[in-house]
Design a protein around this ligand. Structure first.
Ligand code: ZN
Length: 129
């Protein structure tokens, strides 16, 4: 197989471009992994999403209901102590969703079944003489 010098240079450039593109797509994950390990080391207390009184130092099952324990997030120390704080996974399990307050037209259609009765306070009769 005879390859001239120009083809060799073209192949080398193509290889370099391929490596650079590959590094762009797959090389940026090391920083994310570092953050994940940092979060894991922070979560030292594990609790049950249904029984918040359960506090354990390691992951496992809830002794009351047997659900998997979730890491307790204690990073929000600056919020109101009487406020309720839930992790994202706990909110998903509890079916909680939040919406930003905004301006809407305020019209909502509701289909209801019912029975119509006459309001006796508005019915009058006059006896004739
Ligand atoms: Zn539980």
């Amino acid at each position: 197989m005879n390859i001239d010098k120009k083809t060799k240079i073209l192949l080398a450039i193509t290889l370099l471009v391929g490596l650079l593109v590959g590094a762009l797509f797959f090389g940026g994950s090391t920083k994310e992994e570092d953050n994940k390990t940092e979060v894991k080391s922070k979560a030292e207390v594990w609790t049950c999403s249904m029984h918040p009184q359960i506090r354990q130092p390691e992951p496992g099952d809830c002794p009351i209901c047997g659900m998997d324990l979730i890491p307790l997030e204690s990073g929000n120390d600056d919020i109101d102590p009487e406020a309720i704080s839930m992790s994202e996974s706990a909110m998903i399990i509890a079916g909680i969703s939040t919406y930003k307050v905004g301006n809407t037209d305020g019209i909502k259609e509701i289909a209801l079944n019912g029975k119509i009765e006459v309001n006796e306070k508005t019915v009058y009769s006059q006896s004739s003489h």
